[in-house]
Design a protein around this ligand. Structure first.
Ligand SMILES: *[C@@H]1O[C@H](CO)[C@@H](O)[C@H](O)[C@H]1NC(C)=O
Length: 387
């Protein structure tokens, strides 16, 4: 009861391991999911009743053949450790509202961090298409490696046991080609960002200086407002870099108590993707929150002239047009670069920093589309328009 109560208050994922690394950082969480083994495998699930979430994670981190765990809260708290992640033949993921599934990142992630020495994925093909040789086999290529419980040399999967700069590699089954890289992408290149990366959903979990990110569902070492359940549309997953607050690039809170938050280094997409987005722009009216409004209204609802976005007077601000290249911050037009409720601007009056531009009308098709599904917020705007 105690645990359920504190979960309701958003406190259940407090990682209080002061001074040591939070074991949950090794895992990727799937809410309301359970990894169910096929019937002939059920004896391989280790049931540990009554463990805290953190202890369950720590046990799994420290156990060689634990790759995932189900954390069940009802009918009773049970930590169920499994030697697989999702895998067609051994176990499948099912819905279960009383359970969350945690899988070790290194087994589910399809990209690498650093040189990929901890990569435990299932790619077994090299860059130029050769199938990998089994690590236990010395044929066609003889070598010095022996699979052990800790070195990850499993089947014929690409691995980087010697910390090679080229990343995960393998001996190939082609007698002419001893070994080759598998070209597993770096997480920072695997999913690229457009604009300031507000829709980034990739798996970079370190900051630009190499600090490990703090999980969004935790309040330690840094307390913060971005609890995942409060911002469901921001996908604040695990400890992955995200941009819930319209910052210039994705960022995260760090696990370093001396550094609250820091930006992450993620590749930018080529221009092609950006152009495709343009079709949603409007000029005479706005849809949703007006983030795609590109019209020329340049004063506030009350008729006050707007400040130019490229000016820092009378108001200093962070919305430099060059930093927010996809937000249409031209001239002094009303825009919505930060997810506010409608287009707005800094005003030319020193006493009034910002104001909405609600004289811009909502598009007719947008009002119709929302007729059946007015959220509280949209209803609010709707009422303002009616006056
Ligand atoms: C606002 O826009 C109108 C027409 O586009 C222009 O004539 C006017 O000078 C602009 N006002 C300011 C303050 O920029």
């Amino acid at each position: 009861m105690q645990l359920i109560l504190s979960c309701a208050l958003g406190l259940c994922f407090l990682c209080l391991a002061i001074g040591s690394r939070c074991p949950l950082n090794d895992f990727q969480r799937s809410e309301g999911r359970e990894l169910v083994p096929t019937s002939w495998n059920s004896a391989r699930v280790l049931m540990l009743p009554g463990l805290t979430l953190e202890d369950c994670a720590r046990r799994c981190s420290n156990t060689l053949d634990c790759r995932a765990f189900n954390y069940e809260t009802r009918p009773s708290i049970t930590c169920k450790q499994l030697p697989w992640v999702e895998d067609g033949s051994n176990a499948e993921v099912k819905r279960n509202v009383n359970c969350d599934l945690y899988e070790k990142k290194v087994y589910v992630r399809k990209c690498i961090v650093g040189k990929g020495e901890d990569y435990r994925g299932k790619v077994f093909m090299t860059k130029s298409g050769h199938t990998c040789q089994q690590w236990w086999s010395k044929f066609p290529h003889d070598h010095r490696w022996t699979p052990t419980a800790t070195n990850g040399l499993e089947l014929n999967y690409c691995r980087n046991p010697d910390g090679d700069r080229i990343g995960p590699w393998c001996y190939t089954t082609d007698p002419e080609r001893r070994y080759e890289t598998c070209n597993i992408p770096h997480c920072k290149d695997d999913v690229c960002i457009t604009c300031n990366g507000e829709d980034y959903r990739g798996q970079v979990d370190h900051t630009v200086s190499g600090r490990e990110c703090q999980r969004w569902d935790q309040q330690y070492p840094h307390q913060h407002i971005y609890q995942p359940e409060k911002y469901p549309d921001k996908s604040l997953d695990d400890d992955y870099c995200r941009n819930p607050d319209a910052s210039p690039v994705p960022w995260c809170y760090t696990t370093d108590p001396d550094m609250e938050r820091e930006r992450c280094e993620i590749s930018k997409c080529s221009v092609v993707t950006k152009r495709r987005l343009r079709s949603s722009y409007t000029t005479n009216c706005f849809r949703g929150r007006g983030e795609d409004y590109r019209g020329k209204v340049n004063e506030t609802t009350g008729g006050i002239a707007c400040q130019r976005w490229d000016a820092q007077y009378p108001h200093e601000h962070p919305f430099y047009p060059n930093t927010y290249e996809c937000k249409g911050l031209e001239e002094n037009y009303c825009r919505n670069p930060d997810g506010s409720e409608a287009p707005w601007c800094f005003t030319s009056v020193p006493e009034m920093r910002t104001a909405l531009c609600l004289q811009i009308k909502r598009c007719a098709d947008d009002i119709e589309a929302e007729g059946t599904l007015l959220t509280k917020f949209q209803f609010h705007i709707f009422l303002i328009e009616k006056h």
